[in-house]
Design a binder for this molecule. Structure first.
Ligand code: BTN
Length: 263
């Protein structure tokens, strides 16, 4: 990892990824990045770990990755936005990651709300966005990205293995991490500039075009409730618009889609 990470700043074209902090082992790159951001960590700094010992996922879950094989990285952003706009950064990060993996590996990755990278109904990667804010204003955003690249899932518990996949499992090939990480950084840079110009609609449309679930029947676990309906769209903040069997509409700010097209 050290070797390929060293050439990353030369591979990226924008500001994100120009500064890399490469770690052999860390509990969580997100925790490390948040602490770094409070001290000298500048906007665009990327923290990458060879081995993450206590990786964290969404909804209080853990995140398991294979040392040396997968991608575990966190990006420090310092945007001038309000807390209510943070979801848009997660939307743009999903778009950047999805397109980067497509472009560098050829795999037809799609997006499942809110920010899962999917291949044929199996999870390939995920994003964990965490913020520090004061008086409603965001001071730091850390975008944590985990992508199953070259592992084969052998280390995952059986129930997770059924629902997960990797680029290696899908393509049969080993893929170097640096070009994928560089493409993610460039994508983040590109879409971040668009969002900062206020062109939110372009980011949302890019997400819609990569989504594998809009228009499908879905089951969503949200706020302790299991909801079934049709995933109609995402709104201008990235929330899921669900049409219930009664015809009513529910707008969800968080949750997990557990079934697509089966109900
Ligand atoms: C999810 O649950 O889908 C989100 C998974 C996010 C995992 C990544 S790996 C790098 C970063 N550090 C963490 O502890 N989590 C994120």
């Amino acid at each position: 990892m050290k070797e390929s990470v060293d050439r990353l700043p030369a591979l990226v074209t924008g500001g994100i990824g120009r500064k890399i902090v490469a770690l052999d082992a860390v509990d969580s790159t997100n925790t490390f990045a948040m602490e770094l951001a409070a001290r000298e960590g500048e906007h665009g700094t990327v923290v990458i770990a060879e081995n993450q010992t206590k990786g964290r996922g969404r909804m209080g879950r853990g995140w398991i990755s294979q040392p040396g094989l997968d991608i575990t990285m966190s990006v420090i952003l310092k945007p001038k936005i309000t807390v209510s706009d943070v979801t848009l950064l997660t939307v743009l990060a999903s778009v950047a990651c999805c397109r980067a993996v497509r472009e560098t590996t050829g795999l037809p990755v799609t997006l499942k709300w809110p920010n899962d990278l999917m291949v044929e109904g199996k999870k390939l990667g995920g994003i964990l966005t965490e913020i520090r804010a004061a008086a409603g204003t965001v001071t730091v955003v850390v975008i944590g990205i985990g992508i199953n690249l070259n592992s084969l899932g052998d280390e995952l518990p059986p129930e997770v293995r059924k629902r997960a996949t990797s680029v290696k499992a899908e393509t049969g090939k080993i893929h170097a991490r640096a070009p994928v990480i560089a493409a993610i950084c460039d994508g983040l840079d590109f879409w971040y500039e668009i969002l900062m110009r206020g062109e939110n609609g372009r980011v949302l449309d890019a997400w819609r075009n990569l989504s594998s679930m809009l228009g499908s029947s879905v089951t969503v676990l949200s706020g302790g409730e299991v909801l079934r309906g049709v995933a109609k769209d995402i709104d201008d903040r990235g929330m899921l618009i669900l049409e219930l069997p009664t015809g009513g509409i529910k707008v969800l700010s968080s949750g997990e889609v557990t079934g697509v097209g089966r109900e």
